[in-house]
Design a protein around this ligand. Structure first.
Ligand SMILES: Cc1cc2nc3c(=O)[nH]c(=O)nc-3n(C[C@H](O)[C@H](O)[C@H](O)COP(=O)(O)OP(=O)(O)OC[C@H]3O[C@@H](n4cnc5c(N)ncnc54)[C@H](O)[C@@H]3O)c2cc1C
Length: 622
């Protein structure tokens, strides 16, 4: 029997040896005080393994063989009600029986109390079987955990001295979701506002009766036939992000003893892929909702939710990459051309090698980022419990995890979502003419993958976020940055080990590229300043306007995010190679591919852009 967890040596390396489970499990289990919890971290990890094996078995045996049927049956809207196809209905029925809708929800609330990282690993395993099933699955446990976190953040969750949840604001919703009776969704996008959330129009007004009512419509909402909608709406008449607030809006409510629709599904989008996933257009007509947190906090809370969702898309992409790679390997071994299997032809062998290295490198990145995010959040939860007394050192450690998660999240989303498109397309190409037919399913993997760089924040938005964070760091402490640059150069020159030398050369080129962007920005600012005369010079340097002062950086954001990803993955793999010698070959293979890419993107940053920016500035003046 195939098992999508057990047959994956790289995933098992991380699970068995790579992940430092002890601190994470200790935080998740609140120091092992809970009466119904595991005795120690090793016991807990054994339970996680059993869950992953169960999901691995279920994905391989019950989902993957039915992916074509799921696509064919699709989803439909009948009299305002959404219907999944019978194959998916049966799959979700079995998932409910297996009790897998609460992987990362506390035990006392019916869940398995696994870390969020565990939940991400199940998402990769399931994503290898079918993207639509994985996505809908994620809107169960994912939303239950979000509701719990939101309640914790606003202070409406209480714990006992054993670290168990005693009460939480959305207990009923979490119960419904964990029991498999319901799921949730995130309603941000509108027809005129996707990346630019400040342009949202949906409006929430508090009535004299104290009830919030929401009016407006949302588009492209995944699993939008949910009972629990997290809705972003305006509570002030400004086109700014601090005008947005977050609401929990149930799709059906009870009124005068009757169940009525509070959120309407108007239509389902017809898409090129993920046909088994519901993507809905919704309308809110005086829909009643509960304010989450405070007025004006909506964007901040949504960003927090989206961090997890972005890491989730990273794991979803990894699952699809694994499926495409394995399909390509199997086909290339069978298919003969010019006297030998195509896998033996150098070009195809080269594709397969790069696919394999890409998946392993990006998995290491995704697990590192997910671990940092989980640790940062779990420590916060731990400190919300009675009797918690974190030391200064604990707080510093938590802040380091938080910074690392913030740095890695856009890289994970960007790199994995871009890679899955390249990888599924390469798989299709390896299949030749058969790749263009539906027979093998290679084209389905590509169609399913194409949305990954679009949803949960486009690739461009991820690149802009990474750019902003990096440049802010450089500008905040230029001396530190210059020391980093010099340090990389010295280490590259002094390194005795080829791998260390290559890594430090990549770091050095990354610093040079960042330095070039900063110098170009300063040059642009200087030109503006002197053109206004000496009197305006100091004023100009006091105020930076992202829309005009950061043009050079904005233009090269994607080139920079590619460099940053290549370097950070190399750092993670080189570090692993030092601790686990059997990982050295992987680190070397990553660096072989990544070093020339870094040089190429460095050259694009340092040699292109001024001509285009000049003409753009000209056209904006005209
Ligand atoms: C299948 C599917 C499922 C989805 N699920 C959900 C969901 O569950 N909930 C939800 O709220 N939304 C969902 N979305 C919506 C999705 O998040 C948006 O489509 C996405 O954020 C992009 O917004 P947009 O379509 O309005 O494109 P736009 O924001 O108009 O962007 C168009 C293009 O311009 C680029 N761009 C925009 N601004 C800039 C800039 N400043 N600099 C550089 N480039 C820029 C974008 O990257 C993109 O390439 C889903 C979409 C799809 C297709």
């Amino acid at each position: 029997m195939t098992n999508f967890f057990n047959d994956n040596d790289d995933l098992r390396f991380h699970f068995d040896r790579g992940i430092d489970w002890e601190p994470l499990v200790t935080a998740v289990e609140a120091g092992f005080k809970m009466p119904d919890g595991p005795a120690n971290w090793k016991d807990a990890v054994e339970t996680y393994r059993q869950v992953l094996e169960l999901v691995g078995d279920f994905s391989a045996e019950e989902v993957a063989p039915k992916a074509a049927a799921i696509e064919k049956e699709g989803v439909r809207l009948e009299n305002g009600e959404v219907r999944l196809g019978p194959t998916q209905e049966a799959i979700f029925g079995k998932l409910k029986d297996l009790g897998l809708f609460g992987v990362n929800v506390p035990r006392e609330m019916g869940g398995l109390n696994g870390p969020t990282l565990m939940y991400f690993l199940t998402a990769e395993v399931m994503g290898r079987a079918d993207a639509s099933v994985m996505v809908h699955f994620a809107f169960h446990a994912g939303i239950a955990a979000i509701l719990l976190d939101l309640s914790l953040r606003e202070g409406s969750t209480t714990f006992n001295d054993k670290g168990q949840v005693v009460s939480t604001r959305w207990q009923a919703a979490v119960d419904d979701i964990v029991a498999g009776r319901a799921w949730g969704c995130m309603d941000l996008t509108e027809s005129n506002a996707g990346s630019d959330l400040a342009a949202l129009r949906a409006k929430a007004v508090k009535g004299a009766d104290g009830v919030w009512r929401i009016n407006g419509s949302k588009v492209f909402i995944t699993s939008g036939h949910a009972q629990y909608h997290l809705v972003l709406a305006k509570t002030a008449d400004r086109a700014t992000l601090d005008a947005l607030s977050l609401f929990l809006v149930p799709a059906r409510i009870e009124r005068d003893g009757q169940t009525i629709r509070n959120v309407k599904v108007d239509r389902l989008e017809e898409k090129m892929g993920q046909h088994g996933s519901v993507t809905a257009q919704l309308s809110f007509d005086d829909a009643e909702g509960e304010l989450v947190g405070k007025e004006g906090e909506g964007f901040r809370l949504m960003l927090y939710l989206m961090n997890n969702a972005r890491i989730g898309v990273g794991f979803e992409s990894l699952g699809a990459m694994e499926a495409a790679y394995r399909m390509a390997v199997a086909f290339a071994a069978e298919r003969k051309s010019m006297g030998k299997p195509i896998a033996q032809h150098e070009l195809i062998a080269g594709y397969l090698d790069e696919m394999d290295v890409t998946i392993r490198g990006l998995r290491a990145l995704a697990i590192d980022g997910a671990y940092a995010e989980d640790m940062a959040t779990r420590l916060e939860v731990l400190w919300a419990m009675p009797g918690a007394n974190p030391t200064e050192e604990d707080r510093k450690k938590q802040a380091r995890f938080k910074r690392r998660a913030r740095m890695l999240t856009p890289l994970i989303k960007y790199a994995a979502a871009e890679a899955v498109v390249w990888l599924t397309r390469t798989n299709m190409q390896i299949h030749g003419g058969y790749g263009y037919t539906v027979e093998y399913g290679a084209e389905r993997l590509l169609r399913d993958a194409l949305v990954m760089p679009i949803y949960e924040g486009t690739s461009q938005v991820q690149a802009l976020m990474a750019l902003k964070d990096h440049l802010q760091d450089v500008m905040k402490d230029p001396q530190r940055f210059l020391r980093k640059l010099a340090d990389a150069k010295v280490r590259a020159v002094r390194a005795r080990d080829d791998l260390d030398r290559a890594l430090n050369n990549m770091r050095f080129e990354s610093c040079l590229a960042q330095q070039h962007i900063v110098l170009q920005l300063a040059k642009g600012k200087w030109t503006q300043a002197v053109s206004g005369g000496v009197s305006s010079l100091f004023q100009e340097f006091k105020h930076w306007d992202p829309r005009k002062d950061f043009s050079y950086g904005l233009l090269h954001a994607e080139h920079l995010v590619r460099i940053l990803t290549d370097v950070v993955v190399a750092e993670i793999l080189v570090d692993q190679a030092k601790r686990f010698p059997e990982r050295r070959e992987l680190a070397e293979r990553w660096v072989e591919y990544a070093a020339p890419r870094v040089r190429y993107n460095h050259d694009l940053i340092t040699r292109t852009g001024n001509r285009l920016l000049a003409s753009l500035a000209q056209s904006q003046k005209a």
